[in-house]
Ligand binder design. Structure first.
Ligand code: MN
Length: 526
């Protein structure tokens, strides 16, 4: 029987609603905070990827969270994905979420409460009957603000079966149109998904008239497997994140779920609206924004995901790709690196190239990006797509940063103590620093601390190359720690020292954002 959904109308039985929570659960990853501009940029990319519902944040958590959900809702005021705000059960929470998502053409309030015996006793200090009342009151209040209401049983997979069914029934009666049963702590096995969702469908009156949803965490590395099992048990919405980011070990990774469904449509014949060719681009954008690369062997989007090393495999692939490739790299947006642009390419060609790669940027940003492109083309024989992506993401994403790297000169060599002089723009004001150090990178970072005094611990410094060759751009990751808070910054340049300075400045910018924000207390985290 087809479900009539307030946001999607008549839903075909085999249609899976893709619910992305990169901007909410994903952003709760330690060190992953994004500023407003970064969230908007990511929201655009997620919409282009074809997700159905975007959980844009947790409006009550902080003024910054509220503002970003509101801005995303305004961005999708005419069309676009359903914009969703998270809330607990308190009326103030729900009203704040309602206010934030209000401008969106299609909006959802997602309210949750813990239902497991442990969470109810220790965290909520409530009796089960009181929790049941909260389910009814919170869903009822949310429904007064939108017809599209999702209810979640936090720690659902460790909840008593009978009580879970009673809660789901109460939520449906109060007007919830999506019922999510999250594996909040990443404890479930695939057979638990089958058991729980089959039980809910068989026992709860009205369960066939709502969308059932799974939200799986990856603490045991089972998030994707559990998500697929949930779909086979009748779940029609899956909650996931780009690159699998999220609390602790993260959430199910959207790209892995989507490509498993596509590659194994023979076993799991369902449909979704994801434009798979945009997967890699979206993954890279998130990595640039957050400063966290995926590991090289990450399925689908890791740089080794389609690389064949052993002679036997290479031989097979050369004869017929399907010998060792179950999906094509092109289907998720990988293209064989091709010479795209050189030092003689003009501004119009550069703009066309960006457009073809999915970037629409304003004139000012284009000018800055083009200047850096010419600079790069002067120093580097061939400019690949990957180089342009690194450069433009750098330029576009960092537009609103308070700190900017303006100039850097380093003198170094054997038998000499390296010195660096640096110029920064801090809130529009120029500041300079000169310092020596043990090596060029150390001297550069010391000069940075002179120009912009701060005390943080450098926890990680890593260099990777964007493409091959000694003239390749270096991508540097710098991790800083201040009062237990971690931030990662990234920077790219053909000069490793310049890339290092960019990465450090990027990390400092993230730290400034972090200082301004109040972190949601642990109890807020779903
Ligand atoms: Mn979660």
């Amino acid at each position: 029987m087809a479900i009539n959904h307030p946001s999607f109308g008549k839903l075909a039985d085999n249609r899976i609603i893709m619910f992305d929570t990169t901007l909410r659960d994903g952003e709760q990853s330690p060190g992953f905070s994004m500023n407003l501009q970064e969230k908007l940029r990511m929201a655009e990319a997620l919409a282009e990827l074809g997700i159905d519902v975007m959980e844009a944040g947790f409006p009550i958590a902080s003024p910054g969270d509220f503002e970003s959900v509101l801005s995303i809702a305004q961005r999708f005021a005419k069309d676009g994905p359903v914009v969703c705000g998270l809330s607990r059960t308190a009326p103030a929470d729900i009203l704040r979420a309602a206010e934030a998502v209000k401008p969106a053409a299609r909006k959802r309030i997602h309210t949750f409460v813990s239902t497991s015996p442990l969470h109810m006793r220790v965290k909520l200090r409530l009796e089960p009957e009181q929790v049941l009342e909260l389910v009814t009151s919170s869903v009822g209040l949310a429904r007064q603000h939108t017809d599209d209401v999702e209810w979640s049983a936090e720690d659902g997979t460790r909840t008593d079966a009978d009580f879970l069914c009673r809660c789901v029934e109460a939520a449906i009666k109060a007007g919830a149109t999506t019922i999510n049963i999250p594996d909040t702590v990443g404890y479930a096995l695939p057979e638990d998904m089958t058991r729980i969702f089959t039980m809910v469908r068989e026992r709860v009156p009205g369960a066939d008239q709502v969308v059932l949803s799974a939200h799986n965490h990856n603490d045991l590395g089972l998030a994707v497997a559990n998500t697929l099992a949930a779909i086979r048990a009748g779940v029609r919405q899956i909650e996931a994140t780009i690159n699998g980011i999220g609390e602790r070990a993260g959430n199910a990774s959207i790209e892995e779920v989507v490509m498993a469904l596509r590659t194994r449509a023979d076993a799991i014949p369902v449909a979704n609206g994801i434009v798979t060719q945009n997967i890699l681009k979206t993954s890279r954008l998130l990595a640039t924004i957050t400063g966290f690369d995926v590991q090289p062997n990450k399925a689908i989007v890791g740089r080794n995901a389609f690389a064949h090393e052993s002679g036997i495999h290479q031989d097979g692939v050369l004869k017929d790709k399907s010998t060792y490739e179950i999906m094509t790299p092109e289907s998720v947006g990988w293209s064989t690196s091709s010479l795209v642009m050189g030092k003689h390419s003009g501004r119009a060609a550069f703009r066309d190239k960006l457009k073809a790669m999915g970037y629409e940027i304003g004139d000012n940003q284009l000018n800055d990006a083009f200047r850096r492109f010419k600079d790069l083309a002067d120093r580097k024989k061939v400019v690949y797509d990957e180089d342009i992506v690194a450069l433009v993401d750098d330029e576009v994403v960092r537009q609103n940063d308070r700190l900017k790297l303006v100039a850097l000169t380093v003198a170094t060599g054997m038998n000499t103590r390296p010195t660096a002089s640096i110029a920064l723009e801090v809130d529009g004001e120029r500041r300079e620093g000169v310092a020596a150090g043990d090596g060029a990178v150390d001297a550069t970072f010391n000069a940075l601390r002179q120009a912009f005094p701060h005390e943080v611990n450098l926890k990680l410094y890593a260099v990777q190359s964007v493409t091959g060759g000694t003239d390749a751009q270096a991508r540097v990751t710098v991790r800083l720690e201040e009062a237990g808070k971690l931030v990662d910054g990234q920077g790219a340049d053909t000069d490793t020292i310049v890339a290092s300075a960019r990465a450090y400045v990027h990390a400092l910018n993230k730290l400034l954002v972090k200082r301004e924000r109040t972190e949601p207390p642990a109890v807020l985290r779903a």
